[in-house]
Design a protein around this ligand. Sequence first.
Ligand code: GNR
Ligand code: NI
Length: 173
Amino acid sequence: MALLKILEYPDPRLRTRAAAVPEVDDRIRRLVADLLETMYAAPGVGLAATQVDVHLRVIVMDVSEDRSQPMALINPEIIGREDVGSGEEGCLSVPGVTETVTRARRIRVRALDPRGKPLEFDADGLLAVCIQHEMDHLEGKLFVDYLSELKRQRIRKKLVKSARRDGERAPAI
Ligand code: GNR
Ligand code: NI
């Protein structure tokens, strides 16, 4: 297992559209394990492969209170949406920022699990929010894209400044 580095906005690599996983093999299962390890360490409730600069359609999440329910979805699709609602969101790629985002409250999801088995299920609450947030990453989309240009520009400037302060090119050890 390995802890991976999480890209931060406005890194242009976060705008990459991820490719479908052609076959769920050991390479993908290793990626899932690394994504989960990185997500738990962050800590976050979800993580998309895009955020660690791997441009494949793989997302992981754990929305349980005690962090005991890891979930990994490969080639996820939303095949149904019901009701709309708003909630506060944050993103590991946009550290220190939370804003209200409007999304579907209930979704039906189709995906493969890490064994390559097809899944279909309904999600609501934080899981529904998280799946939509992670699937946006696979399209190169960030939650800040739902905000006004003015808010997004303020966030961009703040993060560029803090990246400079941290010394962008220095490895995190
Ligand atoms: O850790 C995270 N928390 C969160 C809170 C509300 C809505 C979405 C999220 S996902 C985020 C982790 C992350 O950036 N995943 O891409
Ligand atoms: Ni995110």
